[in-house]
Ligand binder design. Structure first.
Ligand code: KG4
Ligand code: ZN
Length: 333
């Protein structure tokens, strides 16, 4: 039997999870409301909140899994990419726990873990599969050949998809993180109300900065004509923005599927919680005869279950690291 404790602290969520023989028994997530009034994550405040949250979060994960600290066989933690101060809290905790209990330590790449979240529940994708990983910091199309053998096929050249949602929300005077709010208002609006440009980027790369500027200019022009524009047309603006972001993402995914002839297609990361993206992907999957994999909501945004499941796969391979390991703000898949 293998009991893995997973720790995630790369951004503004402190999370701990217990995985027993590949099955997730708990996944506790402590969010940080403090950032919403600043319009984005404040790194110094994030690391301080991680310090406060980490011990109670781990205790709760262990309790909910009905085990004790002594039962844990290995500790897996997010090494990167992420905010260095935040990563340091999870890394230091994991190292101390492993040292105190004399158990192995496992490093996990956060972006790989978002993808490996698809191995938590059935049905699971077959190798090779494609994954569109869309989060607050990344937008990538990845070809997954094996658990830890991944090839980056395309990525954003500027803003990430989550950033495009969050920056648009800021223009619309919505609080951070704006992605879920845009999703909510978009469901009540007309996606064809305002036309927004589709960025012309070759290959499988993305660009979202032009879209953000187009939205800013649109809102500024409309507000000049009618100061009540945002209150009167918020749902339509949100629906139009969301529909454009989703079409940009899915057009590239379609291109990647065609190029690689892969039919198992997954999405991952915080933006994969988006209802417009989820339904459009299901529709596209039916059209192109793909097997589509969409994570449960709790495994889309940052969580430690994905770290624990990735850690479990490394545990099976005895892929451990020493106490000299340090976190990395930048890491590739
Ligand atoms: O993966 P994640 O939790 O953290 C990072 O690793 O970045 O992703 C967070 C991002 C934020 O930009 C947030 O606005 C976005 O995911 N997000 C959404 C939705 N839920 C979260 N974007 C659009 N629609 C949603 N429903
Ligand atoms: Zn993430």
């Amino acid at each position: 039997m293998a009991i893995i404790l997973g720790i995630e602290s790369s951004c503004d969520e402190t999370s701990a999870s217990i995985c027993i023989d590949g099955e997730i028994k708990s996944n506790i997530i402590a969010g940080q409301a403090i950032h919403s009034k600043y319009g984005g994550v404040v790194p110094e405040l994030a690391s301080r909140a991680h310090q406060q949250n980490i011990i109670p979060t781990v205790d709760q994960a262990i309790q909910q899994a009905k085990i004790t600290k002594k039962d844990v066989d290995a500790v897996a933690f997010t090494r990167g990419p992420g905010l260095l101060g935040s990563l340091l809290v999870g890394t230091s905790f994991a190292k101390s726990f492993a040292l105190a209990r004399q158990i192995p330590l496992i490093e996990v790449n956060h972006m790989q873990a978002h993808i490996l979240a698809h191995f938590i529940d059935d049905p699971k994708p077959n190798f090779p599969f494609l994954c569109l990983t869309v989060s607050g910091g990344h937008t990538q199309i990845v070809l997954i050949k094996d658990y830890f053998d991944m090839e980056l096929l395309g990525q954003t050249l500027d803003d990430a998809a989550g950033e495009a949602f969050d920056k648009t929300a800021k223009i619309l005077t919505l609080p951070y993180p704006g992605g879920p709010l845009i999703d909510k208002y978009a469901q009540l609006g007309d996606p064809n109300a305002f036309s927004l440009p589709e960025p012309q980027i070759s290959g499988l790369n993305f660009s979202f900065s032009g879209l953000k500027t187009a939205i800013l200019y649109l809102v500024q022009a409309k507000m000049k004509e009618n100061p009540q524009f945002l209150t009167q047309h918020l749902n339509d603006v949100c629906a139009s923005v969301q529909s454009r972001i989703v079409s940009v993402l899915l057009n590239k995914l379609k291109k990647a599927a065609k190029q690689t002839c892969v039919k198992d297609i997954a999405i991952a990361g915080g933006v994969s919680a988006n209802s417009g993206l989820r339904s459009a992907l299901i529709e596209m999957g039916e059209q192109y005869k793909w097997r589509v994999f969409i994570p449960k909501f709790e495994y889309c945004t940052d969580n430690a279950a994905m770290i624990a499941i990735a850690g479990y796969q490394k545990y099976l391979k005895q892929d451990f690291v020493g106490q000299d390991i340090t976190p990395l703000a930048r890491m590739h898949v």
